[in-house]
Design a protein. Structure first.
Length: 157
C-alpha cells in the first residue's frame, strides 16, 4: 500500500507546502553535474566517474540535449517497513526530458541523485520541483547500509 503525501512529508527535514502532493512529496533541484570521466561497475564494487558541477546563471540552469546527474536539494529518510519510488514530474516529460531513478531502500538517508536526460534544451531553476517521491509499505529483512548512506549531507555538499 502506498502512503499519503502527509506521511511522506514527515520523512523530510523540511518541505514547502507546495511540495506536498496527495500521494507523495516533490523533490527539488539542488545541483546539476556533467560526468567528465568514466565510472566502473563490477561484480564486487563500483566507482562513480568524476563530475563537474555546473553553475546556474542567475539561479537557472540552461541545459542542452544530453545526460546530466541531478542532486536533489531535499534530505530524505526512508523509514523502516517502507520502500521509496521516485518518478519524474510530468512537466519534465512534457518538455522532452526524462528523469531516471532507482529504488530507495528502507533505512536510506541522504540527498539522492538521478539521471536527467534532456532531449530538447530546457531551463531549470534551482529549487524547482522535478520529481515526486512516493513510499509503499514493504516487508524486508534489513535496512540500507550501503556506500550511499548519508550521501550529500555534509554542510558543503
Amino acid at each position: 500500500m502506498f502512503r499519503g503525501g502527509s506521511f511522506v512529508a514527515e520523512q523530510f527535514g523540511a518541505v514547502r507546502d507546495a511540495q506536498i502532493q496527495p500521494n507523495g512529496v516533490d523533490l527539488t533541484l539542488g545541483a546539476v553535474f556533467e560526468q567528465t570521466e568514466p565510472g566502473r561497475i563490477e561484480r564486487g564494487g563500483k566507482t562513480v566517474g568524476k563530475r563537474r558541477e555546473l553553475s546556474p546563471a542567475e539561479g537557472t540552469y540552461r541545459l542542452d540535449p544530453g545526460g546530466y546527474v541531478v542532486r536533489y536539494a531535499d534530505r530524505i529518510r526512508i523509514p523502516e517497513e517502507h520502500v521509496g519510488f521516485l518518478y519524474p514530474r510530468s512537466s519534465l516529460l512534457r518538455n522532452s526530458c526524462m528523469l531516471d531513478t532507482a529504488v530507495w531502500d528502507a533505512g536510506y538517508e541522504g540527498r539522492g541523485e538521478g539521471l536527467l536526460e534532456v532531449y530538447h534544451g530546457i531551463e531549470l531553476e534551482q529549487g524547482a520541483r522535478i520529481a515526486q517521491l512516493v513510499l509503499a509499505r514493504a516487508d524486508h529483512e534489513d535496512t540500507y547500509t550501503g556506500s550511499y548512506q548519508g550521501e550529500n549531507t555534509d554542510p558543503g555538499g
